[in-house]
Ligand binder design. Structure first.
Ligand code: KIV
Ligand code: ZN
Length: 502
């Protein structure tokens, strides 16, 4: 059996998905769940990108014990130094440095000659080696790079100490057969001197197929993300790569991964709860419909013999339809147990706080499902310092074509301020009155609402994207059985987030 190293980059490339940015607490929770999933390497971020990224990587390095922690770094001393310092406390660590090797990137982006690029790559790996032994080097845009040049640069970085060589199809351009022949050729020229890795983007919907073909061609590490999050159309989805290897064991009998597949579904749900990004319903493995049978013929077949229409068991990936539902009579012990099962590692005082919020929710909602708890805890973890806090919200009746009225009381600096505004519809009135009380005008760029679970009393989850004071838009999340309350809280959350960045 050959082990395929699973390198998860949800916290780095995945976080580059529009709207998927996470705060440090959220990143820690996710990293701990990735460790539970059995991921070999966690790319925890890009240390030089911001103090927040650096802090998240170092705190993840303190807490994760079994997975290797990696930070990305451009082939620049300052990036490599930040990466080395951020992962210092990890039990197992790696620096991942990269430089573009395609003609188009070298000429237009880097404005460097191929020789200069080789020198920079060698210098980067040599410097990274002063921080740790395990160094990954990536040829950015490898999919469109000259194979002869890649062999030359890879040879040079191996001599400088690189231990893993990553071959990304950065723009998702190559067909699986083309990526496989690149890997085959590099595999022959490298000949076991380093591990070959692939990193495929999904612009043509081929990232998983390419990753699998590359394994057959000699790659021993696959870079992927939960739910396929990532730049543009995303990266290869971890759950799809792992389940393809496992389900088609007849073809892939020589390969195995360390992934505990029972944790696939809980990890996918945690990522959705934290980012507010749901996988498309027909998404393979973790989409809402992945194990649902709608047509009568299919239902009949599955009832008679599951394998008539199912190639995998939902329970194998940890999708537990019989999971215990909590309610208002559930105690702290059952609640704590549930948090652990869902992948939340909270301290005692945090559990107490979450339990208090759970009780309030249980008064408003008869049955509390796993996704309700994920949403409840994630919303709390996402919170930044509450400069402004909604105390009450009052709305006028909604009449077709009529003017709506909203009144709020907001706590700021220990004082409660109350005001009212009218608007074209309730939502407009709510945003206007919050702008007025807080004294900062926001421009709503996006608004999304969905029901966390089923039923008329379902929790509404609202995600807003708002630009304040002409600055980069920020996200805000709100959660309540009342949609307008969730909306107001999401908007104020975005404002608090904007203020926390000042
Ligand atoms: O897609 C890409 O090329 C990357 C590199 C930084 C590995 O994400
Ligand atoms: Zn990438």
């Amino acid at each position: 059996m050959e082990n395929i190293i699973i390198f998860d980059t949800t916290l780095r490339d995945g976080e580059q998905s529009p709207g998927a940015s996470m705060n440090t607490e959220e990143k820690i929770q996710l990293a701990l769940q990735l460790e539970k999933l059995g991921v070999d390497v966690i790319e925890a971020g890009f240390a030089a990108a911001s103090p927040g990224d650096f802090d998240a990587i170092s705190r993840i390095s303190d807490q994760v014990k079994n997975s290797k922690i990696c930070s990305l770094a451009r082939a620049l001393d300052r990036d490599i130094k930040a990466a080395g310092e951020a992962i210092k406390s990890a039990d197992f660590k790696r620096i991942h440095t990269f430089i573009a090797t395609s003609q188009i990137h070298m000429e237009y982006k880097l404005k460097m000659t191929p020789d200069q690029v080789i020198k920079k790559a060698v210098d980067a790996v040599t410097y990274a080696k002063t921080f740790c032994d395990d160094i990954e080097f990536s040829c950015e845009d490898a999919g469109r790079s000259d194979i002869g040049f890649m062999k030359e640069i890879l040879d040079a970085v191996i001599n400088a100490g690189a231990t893993t060589l990553n071959i990304p199809d950065t723009v998702g351009y190559r067909m699986p057969s083309e990526m496989a022949s690149i890997i085959k050729s590099l595999h022959e020229s490298i000949g076991g001197r380093a591990i070959l890795s692939v990193h495929n983007h999904n612009d043509l919907g081929l990232a998983v197929a390419s990753s699998i073909e590359c394994i057959l061609a000699g790659a021993r590490q696959v870079e992927c993300t939960i739910n396929g999050l990532g730049e543009r159309a995303g990266n290869a989805a971890l759950e799809e790569v792992v389940m393809a290897l496992r389900t088609r064991h007849d073809i892939f009998s020589d390969y195995d991964t360390n992934i505990n597949i029972k944790e696939i579904y809980p990890t996918s749900r945690l990522v959705s709860a934290i980012t507010g990004i749901e996988p498309q319903p027909n998404k393979a493995i973790v989409g809402k419909n992945a194990f649902a049978h709608e047509s009568g013929i299919h239902q009949d077949g599955v009832l008679k013999h599951m394998e008539t229409y199912e190639i995998m068991k939902a329970t194998d990936i940890g999708l537990d339809k019989n999971s215990i539902v909590l309610g208002k009579h559930s105690g702290r012990h059952a609640f704590k147990d549930k948090l652990l099962k869902l992948g939340f590692n909270l301290k005692n005082d945090e559990i107490d706080e979450a339990f208090g919020r759970f009780k309030i929710l249980a008064d408003a909602k008869k049955e509390i499902f796993d996704d309700d708890i994920r949403a409840l805890v994630s919303a709390e973890i996402a919170k930044v310092e509450e400069v402004f806090k909604l105390v009450t919200l009052q709305l006028s009746d909604c009449n077709p074509g009529g003017v709506a009225n909203a009144a709020v009381t907001i706590l700021h600096d220990g004082k409660e301020v109350t005001d009212a505004a009218i608007g074209n519809g309730t939502m407009d009135a709510v945003f206007k009155v919050i702008d007025r009380v807080c004294g900062i005008k926001g421009e709503l760029r996006d608004y999304k609402v969905d029901a966390v679970t089923e039923g008329k009393d379902a929790l509404a989850r609202v995600v807003v994207k708002v630009a304040f004071e002409g600055k980069k838009p920020v996200m805000g999340h709100g959660l309540s059985v009342d949609t307008m309350l969730a909306t107001a809280n999401a908007y104020i959350g975005a404002l608090n987030s904007h203020l926390s960045m000042k």
